[in-house]
Design a protein. Sequence first.
Length: 61
Amino acid sequence: MLQRLAAIVYSWGSIGTFIYLTFFDGYVYTALNWLIAFPVNVFLSMIWPIYWVILRPLFGA
């Protein structure tokens, strides 16, 4: 039961982080930088706890 809850929380956190990074982070997209920004956003959304706890405070605000 606890593993199922953890999987659900992790999935929702991943989806929420991807949506935030893609649409609400203030990054200006062009036709060419989608090729790099989209995979980076996917990767960062997969490691969202590390992104929010370590990377975001150190390298961006």
